[in-house]
Design a protein around this ligand. Structure first.
Ligand code: AMP
Length: 437
């Protein structure tokens, strides 16, 4: 937190009232840094992750400016467009807009794939002030003539790095080509990898750059330990750990959707209330699982990386890495699900001998060794771990790192194969049409 206040930042009174009601006392660092520039209408490159308060950092000045300008949206248009990589993040941004804008008369709506288009078409029909969208569904609406972007005054790209990782670059460039060049543009990303830098150069004009400690924002407050355990024994170990009532609200990460389902099923059989969250589920099923977990009706959420990306659940007591991610940055994202909003948290990782190379990458990134909780730490990485075999069952291809390098965003095989496949059939179908367009 910072020693400034929201009113000192110059935000309008209805926003201040909403913030007070939401219990926000002081701006977070990204908010204190970004809001003054944004109120001046500047473009912005924000280096910050979910959990830092970045949603309010862009939503508050956006709402302030839109209501000050007073314009009304024309039918089938929006005045501000917020692009997000995942459905969950888009929904969460929509919830933020509702919270912050409760005393303003701005219309906003969220359009995401995986649910019926009818209600979204009706919602954008009269025009909206703020539209939150995932790229695929947005383009579908535009192609069907239900929406035009030629009145966009402000464009926000949230988690731009993740959008590129998920292969949205063409969609994003297409979308940007439809937005007036006279606009305010904001881009948020956890990293400043080359592709992000290139994109930012293309779409931002004389941007301010603000940065909050991107990688280690919560890591220091999290107790982090590792069990060295063969894959086949992981389920038993998880069941044993869950016998501890201190594990009140737990997110378990797996690498694949299939494994997420299996682990959730097994836990349910053992009498632990568990939900699975991954990209093969319908949007409604995903939201239901998340809502049950948020409301405390499920104790455990078993999730894949992409599905869990950006979700904000308070009071997560533990994160369990049932399988280690092959990108060390994902580890930081995962454990950031605990220790939200100033709380401390506990992260436990299960490491099979084949995953030891991943563990070493993680420890290098966070510059510390995880506490040793059980099993035997291999002295030296076995050959299989140093060069893990390609394309195991379930799709992870750990060896593929070399194609793009860490942080390049070009190769995240784990996410491509294990998670974004859910979006693929739709994208393939619409691909040629888009190319022709
Ligand atoms: P975000 O990084 O936007 O996902 O925000 C992370 C969490 O912090 C959300 O639950 C927000 O509601 C909360 N939050 C954001 N800004 C503040 C603030 N200034 N004071 C207290 N909580 C905040």
């Amino acid at each position: 937190m910072t020693d400034t206040t929201f009113s000192a930042l110059g935000l309008a009174e209805p926003l201040l009232r909403a913030l007070a009601a939401a219990g926000y006392e002081t701006p977070t660092p990204i908010q204190a840094q970004a809001i003054p520039h944004l109120l001046e209408g500047r473009d912005l490159m924000g280096l910050a992750q979910t959990g830092t308060g970045k949603t309010a950092a862009f939503a508050l000045p956006l709402m302030h400016l839109l209501s000050a300008r007073r314009g009304r949206p024309a039918p089938r248009t929006c005045r501000a467009l917020i692009l997000a990589p995942t459905r969950e993040l888009a929904v969460q941004i929509g919830q933020g807009l509702r919270t912050y804008g409760r005393h303003l008369h701005l219309r906003h709506t969220v359009v995401v794939g995986g649910v019926g288009m009818g209600p979204q078409i009706r919602a954008v029909g009269p025009g909206v002030d703020i539209l939150v969208a995932t790229p695929g569904r947005l383009l579908d609406l535009i192609e069907q003539g239900k929406l035009s972007l030629d009145r966009v005054e402000t464009l926000v790209l949230d988690e731009a790095d993740r959008m590129l990782d998920m292969g949205f670059i063409r969609d994003i460039r297409r979308i940007i080509s439809m937005v007036p060049s006279e606009r305010q543009t904001l881009m948020f990303s956890a990293t400043m990898a080359k592709p992000i830098e290139l994109l930012s150069r293309d779409i931002l004009t004389d941007p301010e750059r603000v940065e909050v400690a991107a990688k280690t924002f919560a890591v220091d407050r999290i107790e982090q330990g590792v069990h060295f355990v063969p894959q086949r024994d992981k389920r038993d170990l998880l069941a044993r750990l869950l016998a501890d009532p201190a594990m009140q609200r737990v997110i378990v990460f797996t690498r694949t959707k299939h494994r997420a389902d299996r682990v959730a099923e097994q836990l349910s059989k053992d009498g632990v209330l568990a939900e699975a969250l991954h990209g093969n589920k319908s949007q409604n099923a995903r939201q239901r699982a998340l809502d049950r977990f948020k409301a405390g009706r499920a104790r455990v959420l078993v999730a894949t990386d992409i599905a869990a990306r950006g979700i904000d659940v308070s009071d997560v007591s533990h994160v369990v890495n049932f399988e280690l991610p092959n990108e060390p940055e994902s580890y930081v994202h995962r454990i950031g699900r605990t220790a939200r909003a100033g709380a401390s948290g506990i992260a436990v990782s299960f490491c099979d001998p084949d995953e030891h190379a991943y563990l070493r990458d993680i420890e290098k990134l966070i510059r510390r060794e995880l506490d040793h909780l059980g099993g035997e730490r291999p002295r030296q990485a076995p050959a299989a771990a140093a060069k893990p075999k390609r394309g195991g069952k379930g799709g992870a291809q750990p060896g593929a790192r070399g194609q793009g390098g860490r942080g390049q965003g070009a190769s995240r095989p784990q996410e491509r194969t294990a998670e974004t496949a859910a979006d693929r059939p739709r994208r393939r179908r619409s691909g040629p049409k888009r190319k022709a367009a």
